[in-house]
Design a protein around this ligand. Structure first.
Ligand SMILES: Nc1ncnc2c1ncn2[C@@H]1O[C@H](COP(=O)(O)OP(=O)(O)O)[C@@H](O)[C@H]1O
Ligand SMILES: [Mg+2]
Length: 207
C-alpha cells in the first residue's frame, strides 16, 4: 500500500480536487484507493456522500488519529492507495500527513501569492526527506511564461515541479460539485486527460 499526502498552506489551491481525481483514477485503474480527509471542513467527505456507493471510499480522520486510520486501511486487503487530503493553515495536520506519506504533492496556482505560500511547506519538507513535488493547478491556457516563472520560484525553495499540470477547467469544479470526477462527466475532455496523465506519473513515482 502506498500513501500520498496532498498538502499546502493555502485554501483553494486544489488539494481536494487533486485528492479526488487521483483516488478515482487509481480505483478505475484497478488499484482501489481510500481518501482520508483530515480537513475539519470535510469537503472530500461531502463529495463521498454525494457520490453514494461508488468508489473510492472516503473516511474522515482528525490529524492526531491519522496513523491509526492508515493502519486500519492497511489491514483492508483491497486498499492499495491512500490519499490524504489536508486542511489549509494547519501545520500539525500537514506534518502528520507528510510523516505518513511515501509521496507528497503540493498543489499551487501559478501566481505570486500562492507560490509565496510554498515557503512554509518547503521548510517542513526539507526536514522530512520525503519525495515532494509542486503540482501547478488551474493554469490558464497558454500560460507558458507563468509556468516557467512558477517552476523557477519553486526551485528557489528547493522544490521540484511535477511535469503534469492541471489547467483551469470547468470540468474540475463541475464534476466535484456533483460527487464525480472530470472523466465521469466528459471522458474525452482535457480535464479528464490531465487527471489520467497525473495519475500515470504518480504511479511511476511510487514505483
Ligand atoms: N484546475 C481547476 N480548474 C477549475 N476549478 C478548479 C481547479 N482546481 C480547483 N478548482 C476549484 O477551486 C475551488 C478550490 O479547490 P479545492 O480543490 O477545493 O482546493 P483546496 O482543497 O486546496 O481548498 C473548488 O471550487 C474547485 O472545484
Ligand atoms: Mg480542500
Amino acid at each position: 500500500m502506498s500513501v500520498i499526502a496532498i498538502v499546502s498552506q493555502k485554501g483553494g489551491s486544489g488539494k481536494t480536487t487533486l485528492a479526488l481525481h487521483l483516488a478515482a483514477s487509481s480505483t478505475q485503474g484497478k488499484l482501489p484507493a481510500c481518501i482520508i480527509d483530515t480537513d475539519p471542513q470535510a469537503t472530500a467527505a461531502a463529495w463521498g456522500d454525494w457520490r453514494g456507493d461508488f468508489l473510492p471510499i472516503v473516511v474522515t480522520s482528525p490529524p492526531a488519529r491519522l496513523g491509526k486510520t492508515i493502519e486500519r486501511a492497511r489491514k483492508q486487503d483491497d486498499v492499495e492507495i491512500v490519499v490524504i487530503d489536508t486542511p489549509p493553515h494547519a501545520e500539525a495536520a500537514m506534518r502528520e500527513a507528510i510523516k505518513a506519506a511515501d509521496l507528497v504533492l503540493i498543489p499551487s496556482r501559478p501566481r505570486a501569492f500562492d507560490l509565496h505560500a510554498l515557503e512554509g511547506v518547503a521548510d517542513m519538507l526539507q526536514h522530512s526527506g520525503k519525495p515532494a513535488f509542486v503540482v501547478l493547478n488551474a493554469v490558464p491556457s497558454g500560460a507558458t511564461r507563468q509556468i516557467a516563472e512558477a517552476t523557477e520560484a519553486a526551485k528557489q525553495l528547493g522544490l521540484e515541479v511535477c511535469p503534469v499540470t492541471f489547467g483551469e477547467r470547468a470540468d474540475f469544479h463541475k464534476s466535484s460539485a456533483k460527487g464525480e470526477v472530470a472523466a465521469e462527466i466528459d471522458s474525452g475532455g482535457k480535464a479528464a486527460k490531465e487527471a489520467k496523465k497525473l495519475w500515470k506519473w504518480v504511479k511511476k513515482q511510487l514505483g
